[in-house]
Design a protein around this ligand. Sequence first.
Ligand SMILES: N[C@H](CCC[C@H](N)C(=O)O)C(=O)O
Length: 275
Amino acid sequence: MGGIEFLKGHGTQNDFVLLPDAAGRLDLTAERVAALCDRQRGLGADGVLRVVRAKAIGEESAGEWFMDYRNADGSIAEMCGNGTRVFARYLVDAGLAECGEFVIGTRAGDRPVVVHPDRSVTVQMGPAAITGTSVTVVAGQPFSGVAVNVGNPHLVSVTDTDIAGLDLRDQPDFDHDFFPAGVNLEFVNVLGEGALAMRVHERGVGETRACGTGTVAAVAASLHLAGKDTGESTVDIPGGRVSVTVGRGESTLTGPAEIVARGELDEAWWLAAGA
Ligand SMILES: N[C@H](CCC[C@H](N)C(=O)O)C(=O)O
């Protein structure tokens, strides 16, 4: 098998292990993903991005490369906004794509991206659809959330309660009938016109320092509550700041993306982790 190449990267401190695997040969089991993401016994990350040619895994995409995203618990999610930024940055740095605009395939569909000269990335995130209003979630106290589909499910609670004081160490209680496949839970303070602050408890991960699809959901929800369906906002998350625009049936996410390291996984570790 030889050494298994990996890279580590992050977008506003939502961090990922990247596995270049053009032909889709790696046996990427849920157990291996969980081991890779474990911050003590593995590399540590919020998720894994396998870099695979779309046609190698039978995925239809206008782009050559497909982002096979996995959550830290090994579960598969439809889309990862911050992961897409890091994925795009990797493709350009690896000479597999040109700086500028290209398309990345995802389980939520194709996502056009622009890698800017400063290596920040804009992702076309598709529609952010409001699928419910005043859905209750309990995080120490009850909140009323707006359900938003960004390819993956979100419940956004816009509140006057200072989100810095919330305890998100455990999974907040949510309506499993409304969200049978689980849900990403965002808590938002409005800082002013076009400026939000957000924390997030992610499905399949736990609290993360950023969540790209979550920031798009947060802007869509706050616009909806203001009686609007288009607009833009910065979103301050613990890991930094992103810019989001929401239009009719479309949205964009812009933010930094950084590759931190590259290396080889120990083969014996990889084999044992898959058991
Ligand atoms: N945990 C999410 C996927 C990762 C989303 C987040 N990391 C992002 O940047 O969008 C889910 O299960 O839907």
